[in-house]
Design a protein around this ligand. Structure first.
Ligand code: PHE
Length: 341
């Protein structure tokens, strides 16, 4: 074989090797490359074998070039190998072809979703948002709401007492008192927040739950204002097919008092498991603010009237999303929480 052709082959092999080497990203293909170029039967070894066919001058020249090529290939392979071992300890823990770990983006908790809906509805109706403490004195939680001593709600069985006079609020109604103490009428607020009762958890009870209080006080406020607001709210949350009804009830801080129900959204009022066959689902209590409460906060009972209502956020969320068990809200199971975009 004439020398120029040998030199040409050396040049070609160098070029091919460099091109292939640049594309290698894992140890396995690096090993295959080594075998093909620097192995015992590889391209370089083959050229060494054919050196014998050259005359002495050409052989010397080509031999030198070939040795250079061999060294260059060895160095490149070693450098590549080192680069891999620096970036990963072993090939077994880096498999570029594995699919990546999905990252879960955070989402709103279903209770917060519903709360946002509720706030948005009352925002449209002209209500602003008020807040009060979760730890209350008996005065705000009971006394000023006209709940007398000896009322069962004041019992240790029903209420978490922190100290003699300090309780975890059992409802959001004490926010009514804070708001009225701090501003003269007109008042038009909702007060969302966490509430606490000594209930053993089951499908419909949780010792921690959420309420939204509503309060509207001005001259000439009547029960029909209350009804229209509750009806607008029902339509906003559940659609305009929903009907509402008020049943006579008793709360010390409202007079007259009522429980209000929505027609069952599951069965459209026909009767099902959720509404226990009645076609109606109880939402919460409401009524006209008892003048006794106005006297506690110094409002003129001759001049002003008002209505108040409550609602349970969990109950509304359970109806909206057809959730059968209140405990699901608090278990932090992402399989549950993930269903609410
Ligand atoms: N605070 C009452 C409860 O927790 C609900 C309510 C609020 C009733 C406002 C009347 C007026 O059951």
């Amino acid at each position: 074989m004439p020398a120029p052709s040998m030199i040409q082959q050396i040049t070609d092999i160098r070029r091919d090797f460099e091109a292939e080497c640049a594309k290698i990203h894992d140890n396995r293909s690096l090993e295959q490359l080594r075998i093909r170029y620097a192995g015992r039967k590889g391209k370089v070894a083959e050229l060494f074998k054919s050196l014998g066919t050259l005359n002495e001058d050409d052989r010397k020249n080509a031999g030198r070039l070939l040795n250079e090529l061999k060294q260059q290939i060895t160095e490149s392979l070693a450098a590549k190998e080192k680069a891999f071992s620096v970036s990963v300890e072993s090939e077994s823990i880096l498999d570029m072809t594995l699919p990546g770990e999905p990252r879960y983006a955070g989402r709103l908790h279903p209770l917060n979703r519903v709360l946002r809906e509720i706030k948005s509805c009352f925002h449209h109706l002209g209500f602003s948002i008020a807040q009060g403490p979760e730890v209350e004195t008996e005065y705000y939680n009971f006394e000023a709401l006209n709940i007398p001593h000896g009322h069962p709600a004041r019992d240790m069985q029903d209420t978490f007492f922190i100290e003699d006079d300090i309780v975890l609020r059992t409802h959001t109604s004490p926010v009514q008192i804070h708001v009225m103490e701090n501003q003269p009428p007109p008042v038009q607020i909702i007060a969302p927040g966490r509430t606490f009762r000594r209930d053993t958890p089951d499908a419909s009870h949780s010792p921690v739950f959420h309420q939204v209080e509503g309060l509207c006080v001005d001259e000439g406020i009547s029960f029909s204002d209350l009804k229209s607001v509750i009806l607008s709210f029902a339509h906003y949350m559940f659609g305009s097919d929903v009907k509402i009804r008020f049943r006579p009830s008793f709360f010390p801080f409202t007079e007259p008092s009522a429980e209000y129900d929505f027609s069952c959204v599951m069965c459209k009022g026909r009767g099902c498991r959720v509404c226990k066959g009645t076609g109606w689902v109880e939402i919460s209590g409401a009524g006209m603010v008892n003048p006794a409460v106005f006297r506690y906060v110094g409002y003129d009972t001759e001049k002003y009237t008002g209505y108040a209502f409550g609602m349970g956020v969990e109950r509304l969320a359970m109806l909206l999303y057809e959730i059968p068990d209140i405990r699901l809200f608090f278990e932090n199971d992402v399989r549950f929480l993930h269903q609410f975009g």
